[in-house]
Design a protein around this ligand. Structure first.
Ligand SMILES: [Zn+2]
Length: 263
């Protein structure tokens, strides 16, 4: 094994140019065209910074993408901006960013920092999954210090289960999501072990432009250098996967299955 193949085999990971090809056949629609990806984030910034390139990539391939934000992230407001006003700024930034990427933006109105994990929230996300019928869902990994991110992870797991349950009557019929991936987020880093590297080169500049609609990305709301972190992360993940820029994803441990043809 040389250094290149070592890098590309880190942790048993696979480097892919696209979700929905070769070994990921279920992530395409049944007719073989690229399917729909739904990103589900606690806060809109998480959605764009950690999942936006995945949406953009799928749309570039003539698939489709929708971003569901559970809150507006309004309590991240800097001292000189009212919380309500900041929430609307976040909504506007998200609408502009998703429009640039060609994705849809959907919001649930849970209060930032107080997103509840309960039956009501799980069913609300279930209803969104049944309405938008994604083939793939991307969301937060559980290893987060942030309670909203932890709750989003738990909500989505229950929502995907509920969405597929034929005997659970809701306003829309049941829908099965083929695969869940977890996004790489600086706040969700505990035990995050990626196994899929996605080549985002074709959409890299567009994704950066979309992120730039957020004051947070530009360092105007706090100390953390989001722009530097996530652009550098895409380079680092690219180094490990043989792409110029890449996004690393972690598949759900319960959904990992290798079926080598040699056996
Ligand atoms: Zn967040």
């Amino acid at each position: 094994m040389n250094r290149r193949s070592f890098a590309q085999s880190l942790g048993g990971a696979v480097a892919v140019s696209a979700l929905g090809r070769s070994s990921f056949s279920k992530e395409s629609s049944s007719d073989g065209t690229p399917g729909r990806i739904m990103a589900i984030a606690a806060h809109p910034g998480d959605g764009l910074f950690t999942m936006g390139a995945v949406l953009a990539h799928q749309i570039e391939r003539r698939g489709s993408g929708v971003l569901l934000s559970l809150s507006l992230g309004e309590k991240g407001a800097p001292k000189d901006i009212q919380v309500e006003h900041y929430g609307e700024m976040q909504r506007t930034a998200t609408q502009k960013a998703t429009q640039l990427l060609g994705a849809e933006a959907v919001f649930l109105a849970y209060p930032d920092a107080q997103i509840p994990f309960n039956e009501e929230s799980a069913l609300a996300v279930c209803d969104a999954i049944r309405q938008y019928k994604p083939d793939v869902v991307v969301t937060h990994w559980s290893g987060s210090w942030h309670k909203d991110h932890q709750n989003c992870h738990l909500i989505v797991r229950d929502a995907v289960f509920y969405a597929a349950l034929e005997t659970l009557a809701r306003s829309s019929p049941a829908h099965s999501v083929s695969k869940i991936y977890y996004a790489e987020n600086w706040e969700d880093a505990s035990n995050f072990v990626p196994d899929t590297y996605l080549d985002i080169e074709a959409v890299y500049e567009k994704w950066l432009q979309a992120c730039d609609f957020y004051p947070m990305w530009r360092g105007q709301t706090g100390f953390f250098r989001y722009n530097d972190y996530y652009s550098a992360l895409s380079i680092m993940r690219g180094c490990l996967s043989g792409f110029k820029h890449a996004v690393a994803l972690m598949s759900d441990p319960g959904q990992r299955m290798d079926r080598p043809r040699l056996l």
